[in-house]
Write a protein that binds this ligand. Structure first.
Ligand code: C2O
Ligand code: CU
Ligand code: CU
Length: 564
């Protein structure tokens, strides 16, 4: 029970909270007490993994995370935590710094490459790095179990099995992911492959990463991060939009096509991306890489953890013209109750600019948008091991806990429904599992496998949910959008459906989802039910799934699949 991580996070709570100390400290205390009661396992303390002499890397990188200071706003530099990388071996383009940014360098790998990464923790707290989107063995996935102490090093070795796509690397320590990401630890990890190369998509100066984050600064330009009960419940929001670590981000472009690679690196903020002149967005890829064919949408919803590959064609635009990417108005992302308490000067769902593209040079030719982009091996429901009993992922929201399948995160404590036979393809259903008062919940639970039923049952009997405000009408009051992320291989979206009563809010977002690509994070709106098909191939072990609202994740809205 008294492993370092637990003690650390308790201390962090006690020192960081001056107001509402009682409410704050009771939360992890409560979870720990619940874990004790249930005889759940604490994470064992491991010796950090060393390089294996049998592994012959094509690329070898030292990835350092350390405290640093960077200029973000005018005046004083901002204290951050930052990844920096040194290429020890391999092609030069494997590491590209983003000058002046707190973001980690862009890592670029080729499919099939063998990669060795030495993570060096120069922070004053434990950390571990996760390669969000990559299909790697459980031991290489950055599970909190593998977090290393200050001063320690951890060696990752894996082969890049993914198809071309944009992934993310970020920390994943127990209950401290949100604060480390917020303070700067994150970077883009691109994979390239032959299928993508054959398309001749815009590259070099014409391929631009757009990492969107929101931050809150004090008058001395320092980051503010508070973990009040309210901000834990809704997620933490800043009031400044940063792109690639810059405030008021602008790009100068030629009048030709560009490839813009978006990543929502915010802790909690959801964007509804749209060009200010109403030009539709041409999407060529999502989380898991290229679509089969481009899709055009009036706007795109981008939740924390999601990526978007955009074909932005400025040809035909005159020199001196500009185009602004905005986040457009929408509703339903926050709980109605939370909305009243949401005092941020940049409200979620309001309309505000993200960045400006200035056309500064007229050029005569531009690449053409390919009509077909890639081949995706699509699974059918009949390919799944469980066509009639989807694996449940039940979202429950309470005043003091955000849970999945009625449970907070517990290490290596899978429900029956969370045990997945390796090399199977699973049908899964993500839904809102409100306690009581919510019409479709019992019917829903009935369809599911034992585990889901059991957990819902224990919630109703007051075991876990009882004192935590999940019964009665609270569920509906608290209902909000959750970007649900599953580690491991990307999944397909089979269907989305919504409850009656949520249509009005849903109408403000419904045209902003891409269902045709491979995803690892899906935004589940209030009242929404999403069915997915996900393969669990190659690797056994514990693979996390969680809300990528990082405050929710750290609050325990995370579980594991035991692939066995
Ligand atoms: Cu991007 Cu488990 O995280
Ligand atoms: Cu991940
Ligand atoms: Cu959430």
């Amino acid at each position: 029970m008294f492993d370092y991580n637990n003690n650390y996070s308790r201390r962090r709570f006690l020192t960081q909270s001056s107001l509402g100390l009682l409410a704050l400290s009771s939360m992890p205390g409560l979870l720990n007490a619940m874990q004790d009661m249930q005889g759940m396992q604490a994470m064992p303390k491991l010796t950090p993994r060393k390089a294996s002499p049998n592994f012959k890397p094509d690329v070898e990188i030292e990835l350092l995370c350390q405290p640093s200071a960077v200029p973000i706003l005018v005046g004083q530099s901002t204290k951050v935590m930052q990844y920096s990388a040194k290429l020890l071996q391999g092609p030069k383009d494997a590491v590209t710094e983003i000058p002046g940014s707190y973001l980690g360098p862009i890592l670029r790998f080729q499919k099939g490459q063998k990669v060795r990464i030495h993570l060096h923790n120069a922070l004053a707290e434990p950390t571990v790095a996760h390669w969000h989107g990559l299909h790697v063995p459980a031991e290489m996935d950055g599970h909190p179990l593998y977090a290393i102490d200050p001063g320690a090093k951890l060696v990752y070795e894996f082969e890049v099995l993914n198809r071309a796509g944009m992934n993310i690397y970020h920390p994943h320590p127990h209950e401290a992911t949100a604060t480390q990401v917020y303070h700067g630890l994150a970077g883009a990890l691109l994979v390239n492959d032959d299928e993508e190369a054959a398309l001749g998509l815009p590259s070099g100066d014409y391929e631009i990463p757009i990492v969107i984050q929101d931050r809150l600064f004090d008058t001395e330009n320092q980051l503010i991060y508070s973990q009040s009960m309210h901000s834990r419940m809704t997620g933490f929001y800043g009031d400044r939009i940063l792109v690639n670590g810059r405030a008021d981000f602008q790009i100068d472009v030629d009048s030709r096509a560009y490839r813009l690679r978006f990543l929502n690196g915010s802790n909690a903020r959801i964007y509804k991306l749209g060009w200010d002149d109403g030009t539709p967005i041409t999407v060529i890829g999502v989380d898991g890489g290229l679509l089969e064919a481009p899709e055009t949408k009036p706007y795109i919803m981008l939740a924390p953890g999601e990526r978007l590959d955009v074909w932005a064609d400025f040809s035909g635009r005159s020199e001196g013209s500009q185009l602004v990417m905005r986040s457009l108005a929408f509703s339903g992302a926050l709980p109605k109750m939370g909305m009243m308490m949401h005092t941020n000067s940049l409200p979620v769902g309001s309309d505000y600019p993200i960045f400006t593209a200035h056309v500064t040079r007229k050029v005569s030719d531009s690449p053409k948008l390919p009509a077909t982009l890639s081949k995706i091996n699509r699974y059918k429901i009949t390919d799944t091991a469980n066509p009639n009993t989807p694996v449940p992922i039940g979202i429950s929201e309470g005043h003091m806990a955000m849970l999945l399948n009625g449970r907070p995160y517990a290490y290596n404590d899978p429900l029956p429904s969370e045990r997945i036979p390796v090399n199977t393809i699973q049908l899964m259903e993500i839904f809102h599992a409100h306690g009581g008062g919510h019409g479709n919940q019992p019917a829903n639970a009935g369809e599911h496998q034992g585990g889901g039923m059991m957990s819902m049952g224990s919630m109703r009997h007051g075991g876990m949910g009882g004192g935590m405000g999940m019964g009665g009408g609270m569920g509906m009051m608290m209902t909000m959008a959750h970007p649900i992320h599953l580690h491991g291989q990307q999944f397909q979206i089979v269907s989305r459906s919504i409850d009656s009563g949520t249509e009005a809010d849903y109408a403000t977002v419904r045209d902003g989802f891409i269902e045709s690509g491979l995803k690892d994070t899906v935004l589940v709106m209030p009242g929404e039910k999403v069915r997915i098909i996900k393969p669990f191939q190659d690797f056994k072990g514990l693979f996390m799934y969680h809300c990528h609202n990082l405050e929710h994740e750290d609050m325990g809205m995370m579980r594991e699949f035991l692939v066995e």
